[in-house]
Write a protein that binds this ligand. Structure first.
Ligand code: TRP
Length: 79
């Protein structure tokens, strides 16, 4: 196990801005199992800044939010 949790993962951030109350951000585990290991609830206007790590390989977002990353920008939720 590496000393630095972000070693081998690019340091780019994902920025999530909630566009309604009760947006859920769920971190999913890296590896053979895909389990929820963290959930975070945002209210409208709140911003969450996160990175993928050795522990987290996928992120699920429920609700309406603006998601910005190196790949671009997308709005989640029903328009
Ligand atoms: N545990 C899976 C993994 O590390 C999580 C995952 C990443 C995943 N991307 C996925 C699960 C795409 C389903 C589809 O690969």
């Amino acid at each position: 196990m590496s000393e630095n949790i972000n070693e081998n993962f690019n340091g780019s951030y994902i920025i999530i801005k909630a566009l309604e109350n009760g947006v859920n951000i769920i971190g999913l585990t890296r590896g053979r199992d895909t389990r929820f290991h963290h959930t975070e609830k945002l209210d409208a206007g709140e911003v969450y800044i996160a990175q993928f790590t050795e522990i987290t390989s996928a992120i699920k977002i429920k609700g309406k939010a603006e998601i910005s990353s190196a790949y671009g920008r997308i709005i989640s939720g029903i328009q």
